[in-house]
Write a protein that binds this ligand. Structure first.
Ligand SMILES: Cc1ncc(COP(=O)(O)O)c(C=O)c1O
Length: 382
């Protein structure tokens, strides 16, 4: 099926909605019975991906007024974010969302917007998890200090809010399931000790190795969490990457092949304004070469054989690089490169409007190709 999708226009993101649903279901099977799963739409807010995630998840986690507006009608919503706008607070109250409150000041501002069901986001001291983007256990802009929790509970109750529990999201892309299970158990014990609950929201962070070399061990997670005694607490998780990353491919075309100071380059359409993660995280994203036999020009086709290749995009910017020194058998101008595991934080975090370059197309494996976006530079349209 991917071949059929590849026959469409490129560059393109291709999403597999079956995988989106399967990822949520696999996670559910590994987590304690009754765990509420809120899909973090920041990972991928494509409407079809969001709908598919919500087929299997219980709620959606949003972090802006824009995401709140995009949450499908009827979906249960959790609202996060360290600098919530008044618009977001008001909208969240109107929507009946659970709001993860990040500070005493935000709590007081929320009181102006209305009454809500809230969780207190706390940046507590805890053993650090592996992964990226640590958000708790270290100094960050997120959450309340542990010392402020009692005051926050009192302020919230005085304002008439329903304090449902705590929100303790800590990290992104943790590939170590054993440590994630330990973290979840530690969150539950901490909430029990503080007497705040019943909700213990441990956020996202379930990792995906884009190289495909390792896997987050869901069986191990299930085994370790099997020991967990919830004692009346209700676990909530907010996975984004784990749901969307393996469900997406970025496909693009090689425009040119050349050598520069001894390094082989494949220059492609698109680049980091479509798929920014390798540049922002400083890694090389692996790809597959899909040979294309057609060559319309009367001169020899530029190619490299059995050599490492650096894949650069179409921007006038040397940091527009998707992969560095990836070994290839044969790669020619006109071939297609397929980057797997690009369904999360790819398009979502890219600088779409730089140079007014064209956006990619978006397609899903179980739908036909949609009409291309109307105008160059209209990167946010889908
Ligand atoms: C509050 C919150 N919840 C959930 C997520 C999703 O995390 P992940 O995609 O690592 O699962 C994030 C990501 O930054 C977040 O900030």
């Amino acid at each position: 099926m991917i071949e059929e999708a590849l026959a469409g226009p490129r560059p393109a993101y291709i999403y597999d909605l079956v995988t989106v649903r399967a990822q949520v279901r696999a996670l559910r099977a590994a987590l304690p019975a009754g765990t509420l799963i809120a899909y973090a739409m920041k990972a991928n807010g494509h409407p079809a991906v969001l709908r598919a995630a919500l087929d299997a998840a219980d709620a959606v986690e949003v972090a802006s007024a824009g995401e709140l507006a995009a949450a499908p009608d009827g979906a249960a919503v959790i609202v996060s974010g360290p600098a919530k706008s008044d618009e977001l607070l008001r909208g969240a109250v109107e929507r009946g969302a659970v709001i993860n409150v990040e500070s005493l000041h935000e709590l007081r501002r929320l009181g102006v917007a209305g009454r809500a069901r809230i969780c207190l986001r706390v940046n507590r001291a805890h053993p650090l998890l592996p992964g990226r983007h640590r958000m708790s256990g270290v100094p960050t802009q997120f959450g309340l200090a542990e010392d402020d929790v009692d005051e926050a509970v009192a302020v919230a109750r005085r304002a008439g809010h329903d304090v449902a529990g705590v929100h303790l999201h800590a990290v992104s892309n943790n590939l170590d399931a054993a440590q994630h299970a330990t973290f979840i158990a530690d969150c539950v014990r901490w909430a029990q000790a503080r007497g705040i609950g019943p909700v213990v929201n441990t956020g996202g962070g379930f990792g995906v190795d884009v190289t495909g070399r390792t896997h987050f061990d869901l069986h191990g997670l299930a085994r370790d969490l099997g020991e967990l005694r919830l004692g009346g607490m209700r676990l909530v998780v907010e996975p984004g990457r784990y749901v969307a990353a393996p469900a997406g491919w970025y496909a693009t075309e090689v425009v040119d092949v050349k050598h520069s100071h001894g390094t082989a380059f494949a220059v492609v359409k698109g680049g980091t304004h479509h798929f920014r993660l390798p540049a922002s995280w400083g890694y090389s994203h692996p790809f597959e070469v899909i040979p294309v036999e057609a060559w319309p020009w009367p001169w020899p086709r530029p190619e490299v054989v059995n050599t490492p290749v650096t894949v650069a995009g179409e921007q006038c910017n040397p940091r527009d690089v998707l992969s560095r020194d990836e070994p290839v058998g044969r790669l020619r101008a006109g071939d297609v490169l397929l980057f797997a595991n690009t369904g999360a934080y790819g398009w979502e975090v890219a600088h779409h409007d730089f140079l007014r370059l064209d956006p990619p197309r978006f397609a899903t494996l179980d739908e036909r190709w949609p009409a291309p976006p109307a105008a160059p530079g209209g990167g946010r349209r889908r």
